[in-house]
Write a protein of this length. Structure first.
Lengths: 226, 211
């Protein structure tokens, strides 16, 4: 019997190695796998490359992981937001590397990784400083920039409902980066607000099918705050 | 001379959006544009974080904590709206499916270049978000912004001095002084604020104007 459910955070976090690239779902405070980030803090892996839209807020979750000196490099679109104090201080002091990626390019780099596409051309960022050093090519009279797929050793995802096969549903704008991160992770770990019996989730409404998911932990953490 | 308020600028942009368009609005004055599209027109608003058919902010007692826009404010979903993930949301943007994107800007140049994400090459923690995708991907890009900076410098320029968001992307600019189209030969004044003279507009603008 396939059963991707795990019973403890320790089990969920098992095997995450130092130096891992960790893809983190969420946008703003919605759809953030905060419990898994706390679990990763506890688990101890360091020298991490973290990929997320934002660079953490306050002193919990991703911000706490950075504050503890466990993140070597941040790949994100918008590190500067209300409460991103930890990142900004580390960045100013030169204690964290930053790779800024346009949001659509970031999403597409993970989608490509999940779909077996090693690189792709996009018009986004052509002629800007974010295209510096990258291969450009003219196709049909327009300039495009070559961007590479961004697979993760680990993906941390928050779902609304999950079953034992790892099928996931999401709640309204909590979907955001989560399905994209899920498909690009070699080890995709999910925290789910609710658990469902197999067959209970409407097949038409599954946002991420279980083939992209390795572990599911039931974390009824409630509504996003902030 | 009477220059336009932020709300009046937003209303002026809204006036040019026809029924049936799919539209993404940036942060600031662009966000206010939605409030000025009357109920007589169906215009579908898109938000980068996977909301298509976004409605206005809910009353305080009806907030859904799971439903935010790209500016991380609470919003609503209209009847007929849809949620998608980030790759699909940006496929709508990058695949040329949006009829219009309206952004704010630090500078717009007469060749259509836009600078709206960083004020220097070595910004503290630069943050780009979806601006480059929107500027390069939407069918048309309009900018709504003050005509000059707080200290009176023209935001319409011959060439942008700040790091670019996209090259040659802007089609129309709405400021508190004028509406201008960008054509192959530069800025063309479509209309001016009431009581404003051509001379006054030219004096406030660091680029050639065609009338």
């Amino acid at each position: 019997m396939i059963d991707k459910r795990v019973q403890s955070m320790a089990e969920a976090m098992a095997g995450i190695a130092d130096g891992a690239t960790v893809l983190i779902g969420g946008f703003g405070s919605v759809g953030q796998p905060n419990a898994l980030l706390e679990g990763l803090i506890e688990q101890g892996a360091r020298d991490l490359i973290c990929v997320a839209n934002n660079a953490g807020t306050g002193h919990t979750g991703l911000a706490r992981l950075m504050e503890l000196g466990r993140v070597r490099r941040m790949i994100c679109t918008f590190p500067r937001s209300v409460g991103s104090v930890v990142f900004e201080e580390l960045y100013r002091a030169g204690n964290i590397e930053l790779e800024i990626v346009p949001q659509g390019t970031l999403a597409e780099r993970m989608r490509a990784a999940g779909a077996g596409i090693p690189a792709f051309y996009t018009a986004t960022a052509a002629g800007t400083q974010l295209a510096r050093g990258k291969e450009v090519r003219e196709i049909g009279g327009r300039t495009y920039v070559l961007e590479h797929a961004l697979p993760g050793d680990v993906a941390l995802v928050e779902a609304w409902r999950a079953d034992r096969w790892g099928n996931l549903t999401f709640r309204s704008s909590g979907r955001n980066f989560n399905p994209v991160m899920a498909m690009a992770g070699r080890l995709t770990i999910v925290q789910s607000q609710h658990m469902a019996e197999l067959g209970e989730l409407d097949p038409e409404g599954i946002g991420t099918p279980g083939i992209f998911v390795d572990r599911v932990l039931h974390v009824p953490c409630g509504d996003p705050t902030g | 001379m009477q220059t336009l308020s932020r709300a009046a600028m937003a209303a002026r942009v809204a006036q040019d959006i026809p029924e049936g368009w799919y539209v993404n609005l940036g942060i600031g004055i662009p966000t206010m544009v939605a409030d000025h599209v009357g109920a007589d027109r169906e215009v579908i608003f898109h938000s980068e974080n996977g909301v298509l058919g976004m409605g206005p902010a809910p009353p305080a007692d009806q907030i859904d904590p799971w439903l935010i826009n790209a500016g991380k404010q609470h919003v609503t979903l209209l009847r007929g709206g849809a949620y998608v993930h980030h790759a699909d949301s940006f496929a709508m943007i990058r695949g040329g499916h949006l009829d219009l994107c309206v952004l704010g800007a630090f500078e717009v140049a007469e060749n259509g270049d836009i600078a709206n994400w960083a004020t220097s090459e070595n910004d503290t923690a630069p943050a780009v978000g979806g601006a480059m995708d929107l500027a390069a991907g939407a069918k048309r890009l309009w900018v709504v912004m003050e005509h000059t900076t707080k200290d009176g410098r023209s935001k319409l320029a011959r060439r942008c001095s700040y790091p670019l968001t996209a090259v040659g992307a802007v089609k129309r600019v709405f400021t508190n002084m004028a509406v201008l189209d960008i054509l192959a030969d530069g800025f063309h004044v479509v209309e001016m604020a009431e009581g404003l003279t051509r001379e006054a507009l030219m004096a406030a603008t660091d680029a050639a104007l065609h009338f």
